[in-house]
Design a binder for this molecule. Sequence first.
Ligand code: SF4
Length: 131
Amino acid sequence: MSRYDWMEDARCAQVDPDLWHPDGSGVGYSDARRICQGCPVQQQCADFAQQTEGDLSHSHRHGLWGGQLPRQRVESGSQRAGFYAKRRQQILRLAANGDMDAYQIAEIAGVDVRTVWRTLQKNREQMGKAA
Ligand code: SF4
């Protein structure tokens, strides 16, 4: 399975790709947005755009991905980053108390236990690099 498999179900693969990259002549994104709303892989598409574009500003992002404009993707990316940062802090804070195992931390944080293990492992690596 590749990270591109979802693209086989992309609705935009069956129509003119220029709809997702209007040239500023007034056509706009409305047709593309309507197609995205009915696309079965809209979430995968939005996730892929976030992974690919990273922390680029909206002026360096292009086209409509997952039904989102460049500015919307910037906002959604920072909300997501903020969510993950808060979740990471919660896991580290619970672990620092020392009176809970990973399963209890996972339950309180509302995550899979593997997320707790990965978070703690990554934190140990970062602390090791800083030392
Ligand atoms: S959501 Fe993504 S994959 Fe689906 S039609 Fe829109 S741009 Fe294409």
